[in-house]
Design a protein around this ligand. Sequence first.
Ligand code: PDD
Length: 287
Amino acid sequence: MPRIAYVNGRYVDHRAAAVHVEDRGYQFADGVYEVIHLFRNRLIDEEPHLDRLDRSLRELDMAWPMGRAAMRVAMREIVRRNGYATGLLYIQVTRGVAPRDHKFPQLPMSSLVMTVRPIPEFPDDMREEGVAVVTIDDIRWARRDIKSISLLPNVLGKQAAADAGAYEAWMIDADGMVTEGTSSNAWIVNGEGTLVTRPADHDILRGITRQAILRMADELDIAFEERPFSRDEALGAREAFMSNSSHFVTPVTRIDDNAIANGRPGSLSTALHERYLDFMKEFQKLN
Ligand code: PDD
């Protein structure tokens, strides 16, 4: 089955999929995106992702490319046409095509691109071994709550991590506090066994996985605090992990070459990941 992309109303061969050179996403990064996990033919947390897309669009005064119900139909169709049971659905909306001029175009018609990429169902290596993280300055803009396609600082950060032999970079704000990873939210478990993650204000992206983990912590009677934590607190933590829609819960076992606790994935990180997998399976049955 050939890989298919959706580009402004058309389903096209992925290799030939293209947008106009004056698409504002291409010229100004004037757009937003979502990544949704497709698990056994079900889009996990589809509605919260669409809610966040709606919020990102509103914050930027950008129109939906089509109604939300039609969008759901198109999402299903691109998934169906690609035929992967498990993968990642990428959705990108930009302010559309117009002659290059910074201010909004007169008749904005937003553009929509969607792709689906297969991923292995339960890649256990990262989870069993944990991953290494480096810390870098957070040089992003002040509205990280908007899921903007303008990801240059994130790209530079992820490359810095790769150059250091690490998997992710945790960004540090001007007060020495961890904001989040370049494509994930950051978590620690402190000495009292309390889960700590930064509050979802304008400084970080309100991760959909983050929300699900907080819900699960509540169900599992795990104490949690939404507050900033420093690099030093992370270095002394009992556990650390990162979360996102692609990998759910991934244990962080090293930060800047310091082992976290005994350098092995922690029990709470593992329990939360297991619980997440259960949630995905339940979600599958219910939908
Ligand atoms: N990234 N923080 C940032 C900066 C992110 O880019 C992401 C997701 C998250 C986690 O959000 P969620 O749980 O909703 O996936 C936090 C996606 C996966 C990406 O850019 O590929």
